[in-house]
Design a protein around this ligand. Sequence first.
Ligand code: GCO
Ligand code: MG
Length: 412
Amino acid sequence: MLIAQAEVLITSPGRNFVTLRIRTADGVVGYGDATLNGRELAVATYLSEHIVPLLLGRDAHLIEDTWQLLYRGVYWRRGPVTMAAIAAVDTALWDIKAKVAGMPLYQLLGGRSRVSCRVYGHASGRDNEELFDSIRAHMARGFRAIRVQTAIPGQDSTYGVASSSAAAAGSDARYDYEPARRVPLPIEERWDTRAYLRHMPGVFEAVRNEFGPELPLLHDTHHRLTPIQAAKLGKDLEPYDLFWLEDVTPAENQEALRLVRRHTTTPLAIGEIFNTIWDYQTLISEQLIDYVRSAITHAGGVTGLKRIFEYAAMYQIKSGVHGPTDISPVGLAAAVHLGIALHNFGIQEYMPHSADTHAVFRPTYSFVDGGLMPGEEPGLGIDYDDALAGSFPYQPAYLPVNRLLDGTVHDW
Ligand code: GCO
Ligand code: MG
């Protein structure tokens, strides 16, 4: 099963995606997602210049050995670019192994542990009325768990609010939140932490009054708070019984979560910008979080994420895989196969991709009754359409940056 070819494919059906395709000498093809939003070409170059030459002629069955070779063997470890590149290779090799075995990937990962992977969708609005409409639209579309984001009075734009960002990107504002924009320079947003902390408890109170106690509700703070502010928000939201509160602090400082945890029983989720198990070491071993939120695409592939989840399982911490539209259908398909097999699955984030994106990747997973089901064909269930992909050339896009009212750069 020697690797004969490895190609880096870039396409932009509405947003940029980087995909690695590995082909064996006997013609088996595997796909891996290497998309790093706003820094796509760094991973593409890392793959094509530094990794592809190492892959040619290797045995495609050596998944663990290849992972270790690309992690330890190059001396320079970790980091989003390296780990996204490793993830793409690892995922493509799992896809190949499953195709050779004649099984959908989840069978190789231990088989089904559940019927489907429960997902949450992103509702948002500039005010409560728009937010309620968005929640209703998501429920009508089949979502059974909802992330709630709203504008902050007095601020022009707020993280996660579709009606400002999606409208700018030309998509359907009721459903889509797409943070990367095709602009020559990043858009600058303004942020007032005190206004945010005053506003959010009332929003959740209104949502609970309108939709009742059953609906699982989530919220993303996008790394913007200090530990004491995060502790206050967690405490203030306790009456509204959140499923989780996400990324409350910039978690480079894992110890910060000790303070947050001491003050609130609101469940905490963290990890979309982490890329290895080491980023979680304190958070997991001290049980400072309830959900680990990395994506296969950013945390070293199926192998990397499975290792993190198994470590988390020792502490009853569950999975909550990052799944915005900047994870391609390849990354999402891999997450669904892993999620269906894992014992400690919690929930999967799901932002449906555009019709053009579906047409390029032809994923076979399906969204049924609030959950994602993997396809049943061998491998991941991806079939990349080169001709169509070629009609969507790469277009530079940037994530926004965030500044405090006095102009200081803040966490975005
Ligand atoms: C989420 C995330 C995303 C990120 C995006 C950045 O919870 O889905 O916060 O919306 O902002 O992945 O590229
Ligand atoms: Mg997030």
